[in-house]
Ligand binder design. Structure first.
Ligand code: IPE
Ligand code: IPE
Ligand code: MG
Length: 254
């Protein structure tokens, strides 16, 4: 916060630290959070949605432009059916209850993941969330739902194969850009920072292509406990990193 007290430096303009443009979050640990409290897993997921609301607000306040949240993976279908159905119901509830507020807050919703095979009402809700927020520009919330990084890359490979087979694409022209253009949301910038809660240190099939040069921050807390302070802490860790992208970095003398 800046202050106009005499003699105090005001942190703004050229000296201000830029937040990462795109933060992606693996929201993990709902089940363990609940188990530690003797509560059903469903309660952990419900509290996880509250943490998601906090994260969206904090992202906007902290100047993050894109927030991607991993809400259901391609592999999460392997969970017991009652848990899968709890998670589907929470998504339904989230879109129905929160969409109006997101729209008012200027949040644009995008969805990545495989739509085919989703329950029809869920596919319709996702479509509604995207279409009714299309003109918003404050924060882009990217919901990764029924998402798998390998599946996304495989789908891009299929699209390339179709184009080659149809004579629309020269195999020699298949480069990094050709793949990137065929991902689910090719216009989004790559994530700068990937946060995972719950202490697990793995990617679990999240944004495999896009996070090639992301910075990772692993937090020991479970997702339902994620709050603004945790978000700010992760951004501070990010600011302390030196990104090189394979080069030699920009630090003097490096
Ligand atoms: C994250 O919490 C939510 C989803 C994966 C949908 P988990 O349900 O994975 O919680 P843990 O990892 O079992 O504690
Ligand atoms: C990753 O968490 C998926 C989401 C957060 C939606 P998981 O809990 O499914 O990942 P693993 O199984 O521990 O790797
Ligand atoms: Mg988990």
């Amino acid at each position: 916060m800046s202050t106009d007290a005499p003699g105090r430096a005001v942190d703004q303009g050229a000296g201000a630290v830029q937040p990462p443009a795109h933060v992606a979050v693996i929201m993990d640990g709902n089940g363990r959070w609940a188990a530690q409290r003797g509560l059903p897993r469903a309660e952990g997921h419900r509290r996880g949605v509250e943490a998601l609301r906090r994260a969206i607000r904090a992202a906007g306040d902290l100047g993050v432009r894109y927030l991607t949240v991993y809400s259901f993976s391609s592999e999460n279908w392997s969970r017991p059916q009652d848990e899968v159905s709890d998670l589907m119901n929470l998504l339904r509830l989230f879109v129905r209850r929160d969409l109006a507020e997101l729209r008012k807050a200027g949040v644009r919703v995008r969805v990545i993941g495989e739509r085919a095979g989703l329950p029809a009402d869920i596919a319709a809700l996702l479509e509604e969330a995207e279409s009714t927020t299309r003109a918003n520009t404050a924060l882009t919330l990217v919901v990764a739902f029924n998402y798998g990084g390998r599946q996304e890359i495989a789908a891009a490979a299929r699209a390339i194969a179709r184009d080659v087979a149809a004579g629309r694409l020269d195999p020699e022209a298949v480069d990094v850009e050709a793949v990137a253009r065929r991902l689910h949301a090719p216009d989004l910038p790559d994530p700068d920072l990937v946060i995972r809660t719950s202490g697990e240190q793995r990617i679990s099939n999240f944004l495999l292509w896009q996070s090639a040069y992301a910075e990772y921050v692993f937090l020991p807390i479970h997702w339902p406990d994620f709050d603004r302070a945790a978000f700010e802490g992760a951004l501070e860790s990010f600011q302390a990193r030196q990104r090189r992208f394979g080069g030699r970095g920009e630090r003097a003398g490096a």
